[in-house]
Structure formats: structure tokens, C-alpha cells
Design a protein around this ligand. Sequence first.
Ligand code: NDP
Length: 518
Amino acid sequence: MEIKMSSSTSTEPCEIVTGEACGYVIFGASGDLSNRKLIPAVFSLFRAKKIPDNFFVLGFARTVMDDHAFRLKVKDSIQQAYGDIVEPEIDTFASKCFYVAGSYDHNDVFFHLNEKIKYLGKMFATGGNLVFHIATPPTLYATIVSLLGKNDLVKRKQNKSPFQRVIVEKPFGRDLESAVQLNKDLLEYLTDQQIYRIDHYLGKETVQNILMFRFANQLFEAGWNCQHIDHVQITVAEQLGVEHRAGYFEQAGLLRDMFQNHILQLAALVGMEPPVEFSADSVRDEKIKFMKSIRPFDLNNLQKQLVMGQYGSSNPANTQTLKAYREEEGVATTSCTETYFSMKFFVDNWRWKDVPFYLQAGKRLEKKLTRIAVVFKKVPHGLFAGNWQGTIPSPDVLILDIQPQQGISFLFQAKVPGSKMCLEELRMELDYREFFGAKMDEDYSTLILDCMLGDQTLYWRKDGVETSWKLLTPVLKKWAAKSQKEQDSLLERYAAGGWGPAAGKRLIEQDERKWIVT
Ligand code: NDP
């Protein structure tokens, strides 16, 4: 049974902040991310007047284009993202967009880039403020930053005006060693206050809301500990398969792609202690403290806490056949790359003693769903008579839905009217998008604006990214050390379009708990 929750609308308008005048330079401007996310995000900031008129976009990539061709591409990506936009709005935005073509590792090109940036800086009176967004393959991150440094496009200094800040896309490294090296390379030319290591999940309103929900409401926080919580579970399910990203995914795998960043960030938001203040460093200090408290994986008994899987072909509901991962374009026919994992870990601190955290993520699952479920302990005694006598009712569950639904639900027991003693589980639900509607910002808009404002709260800090890799790297190494034959036999197969392998269910069900995905 479901009941809707309403909320009183505040009469106080929420503060709308505007970024400072600046130039926004995209490396990899001809790519998918720029096209689908970055350009629409910057446009939406422009449209909402969250960036001032003193602003320009400069795209950079090897693909040969002039300003005119780039503007057509910009208009097209905005139309694709928001079909309902009126032409003059797009034209005004496009007139602020420019392009430079060239190779990422040629000094001469960076000299030319510098000249164009200076020219545009004067034209738009941006006061020398610059945000560089590196959206290229990760192998180029260090090269680009070194050439920015050598050409005086960035100077190593504090986050002060005129500022130069660099947003670095994920993945940030592929293990601890490479992440440490990348940090070292970037820190040669930038301070950590100038480096914005992105995890776009953190830009989602519902993810940001986890901290507000926990620390602005006494009720739940009072019971947010091992005395009252039975377990926490996080599901990140994708309905899509590997799509066009096989080249990257074959090298990465899902554990590397999802656990080290998105999922660990979600777990940290649920599990961290209250920060001393709401500042970038205080929040990140607490998240890192949480990650450091996660008990290292027991490499000799890994199968007890980790299941890896790969999707096979299937024909759900006898419609269209879904290909197996190994049949996807660009994937080796013998590939042992995992497209699913489920995991259980413990957090060795006062708050979370003996409370398991269960995580599962997968491609080609039944539906797209990112959800955190905090499952409370059952009541200690079955009080009610009749059918319920002696039976302990289901526990209360708090569900934080991140995507595609964005909202909060609370499952609790209530009396069925007319019955003597029957209980039923009710669901109180707040749909974030329905309630706040147009006020919802897209993740990349939030993050890009934060960078323009110099706010690093939602970005990874150097020690955070290294802590997360430190936790995962031994597991990755253990897996990589296995022969192809061993990996093949350990990989649990699951039918595309389902809810993952049976072993993934067993991981939680053997503890008499279950995944909450419906
Ligand atoms: P694409 O392959 O679509 O684009 C890559 C961009 O980098 C293009 O502009 C390409 O343009 C340029 N490039 C430069 N050198 C190379 C090279 N050697 N090989 C391929 N491209 C090159 O990638 P995405 O836009 O999908 O991803 C860019 C970055 O963003 C990656 O690090 C990715 O992990 C990250 N990311 C992407 C997401 C997405 O949804 N797409 C989500 C989250 C992160 P040109 O050839 O013209 O130079």
C-alpha cells in the first residue's frame, strides 16, 4: 500500500548563486561527454543566469572544425538535450562559443591556444579567470596539464582571482600506483585547490540531499547507528549494456568503474560522521575517515564477500534477443571483464560495528536503478495478537532513490482498518522531481558551477582518491593475477535483462536479508 507525502512550500526563495566571469575551456570538445553533458550543462547555467555575461566557451580537440562548425555542434547538442529551447536563446549562447583544433601534445598548439584565450579574455572581460575541463582519454590528463603549465595557462597558486582551475574527468587512475602518479604529475603544475577531480554522481541533487537529510533532521540521525540499523544496501543497476564504450570498459571492468568512485562516495555519505562545519575540507575529511574505517578485504576468502559476474545473451519476454557481453562490438570473445559485482563489507568504527554494507552494481540488469536502502532492525518482540502473534513484522526501511526516480520513501508497518490486528507495510513517498520540478539542476551544471565558484565540496580530494584506490587495488591485483581459465570459472554468468547471477542474491540471502529493488 502506498501513501503520498506532501511538503509545505517555503515562502523564502532559496539563494541563487552566480559564478564569476570566466572562460570555460573543454579539452575533448568533439567527444561524447562534451556533446551529451558538458555543453548542455553550461547552457543550462547560462539560461538560468547562473553564469554572468562575461563568459566564453572554448572547445579544443584534434577534429578539424572552425568556430562556425563548432557552434553548429553546440546548437545540436543543446537541441538534443532540451528539445523545447527557443532559437534566440541558443544563438546568444552559441555566439560565445569558439574552437581551436590541434594535437594535445604539441607545444605550438598550446601557444596558439594561449593567444586565443587572451584574445577572448579581453573580448569578454573575464579578468583572466579560467576553468579547464579535461574530457579526453585519461592517458592525456597529465600531458595536457603539463603543457598548460609550460605555456603559462595555469600557474601553481591558491584558488584566488584571477583563478585557473582544472576539472579532471573520471577515471582518476586505474589503481593506487597510477592515481598517486597522476596526483604527482598534476601537483607539479597545480595546487590541490586548483584540481577538481569529478565524480558526477556527487552533483545529483538526491546525492547532495543525503547530507541534508541526515544532518538537518534529528529523527533519523538519532537512530543512524549499529543500535538501530540492521544493514545498508546500495544498488547501482544499469539497463544498458556496454554500448559504444567497449574499448574503455574492457580495460576497466565494473568494479574499477563503479566501486572506487560512485558507490564508495554513496557509502561514505551514508556512513560518515557529521563534519565540524559545512566546508569542502571538513566534509571531505569525514568521508575519508569513513573510507579508512572500511575493513580491508580478506583476500584469502574473497568469495565470501565479493561476487563477480558477466551477462550472457537472453530473450526476455520473447521480444528482442539481448546479446551476451562477449558478443558485443569491441569485446573479446574470451573476455573475463566483469559486468556485475555484489559485495559485502564492514566498517570498523563505533557507529557501524557489525552492520554489513551490501553493494551491487551491474550492466544489462532488469531496469535502471540507483538506490540506497537503510534497513532498520526489527522490533525486539512480536506484540500483536491474531495472525501476528509471536511474529516480528518486517523492519522499517528508508529508501533514498538517486536515479531514475529521485526521492525518499519510508516503509513502515501500520494497522489495516477494520481488522482486529492485521498489519500492512505502508510506503510514504516524496518524489523529488515532482515536488521541486523545474528547480532541479542537472549533475554537471551543479559541478561546473561549483568549480566556477571555487567550491570543492563535491569534488574528490587527493587523499580521498588515494584512500579509495588503496582499498580496491589489492582486490584488482588478486583478480588480475589469476589465469584466464580461473577467471572464467569464477565469473558468474547471468541472463541479460535480469537481476544478476544467483550468487549475487545468495551473498545477501545467506544472511537472511534481500535486495530491495522493487
Ligand atoms: P570520446 O571518445 O567520445 O571523446 C574523447 C575526446 O578526446 C574526443 O574529443 C577526442 O577528440 C579526444 N581525443 C584525444 N585523443 C584521443 C585519443 N587518443 N583517442 C580518442 N579520443 C581522443 O570519450 P568521452 O567523451 O566519452 O569521454 C571523455 C572522458 O570523459 C573520458 O576520460 C571518460 O572516461 C570520461 N567520462 C565520460 C563519460 C561519458 O558518459 N561519455 C561519463 C563520465 C566520464 P579528437 O579525436 O577530435 O581529439
